[in-house]
Design a protein around this ligand. Sequence first.
Ligand code: AR6
Length: 182
Amino acid sequence: MIAHIHDATLELVQGDITEQEVDVLVNAANRHLAGGAGADGAIHSRGGPAIMRETRRRYPEGCPTGSAVISEAGGLPAKYVLHAVGPIWNDGQEQEAELLANAHRKCLELAVEKDCDSIAFPAISTGVYGYPIDQAARVALKEVIQFLNEHGKPGLVRFVLFDSRAFSQFAQVLGELVEAIT
Ligand code: AR6
């Protein structure tokens, strides 16, 4: 599914984040940048140890929730990996939406700062961190649409949804949001 926001393209695909040929891949990381399961496990396993070496050296304190840090992409088909730390879901009582939106915005800011024109996000926080997928989709897509409306770039923002349920939830929310703004 594709939507055009100004000159930029917002795209939803079902697939594996590590297979995306874009300038920047976003990782769903943890505050310690310690590696883990899910998208994080796949990125480190396919990207190789150079990624962890760089994050350990540059970010020994890790990364706060709601933010992101950048590293090289090792063997992945991208220039950079952005390690974004989404919130752990706690019934929506702990500023989860704000933190999730901030993590997306920080990734977009870093991509633009590095002159990267394409970026792929997984559905941050919706796996191990338990964020309900429909609510996460609304927060993530709204933030991206707002950023593209304000900045007109990156030229391609792709959400890579791992399974058909996540894809259909994102597609439904994107349909509603695009209808609301056109
Ligand atoms: N490509 C795209 N999406 C994926 C992939 C993949 N290869 N693998 C899983 N997903 P998660 P979180 C989906 O758990 O919830 C890690 O251990 C998955 O189905 O990767 O932010 C970190 O180290 C889900 O929809 O990230 C942290 O400790 C989405 O990616 C913690 O998990 C996010 O699931 C972060 O939890």
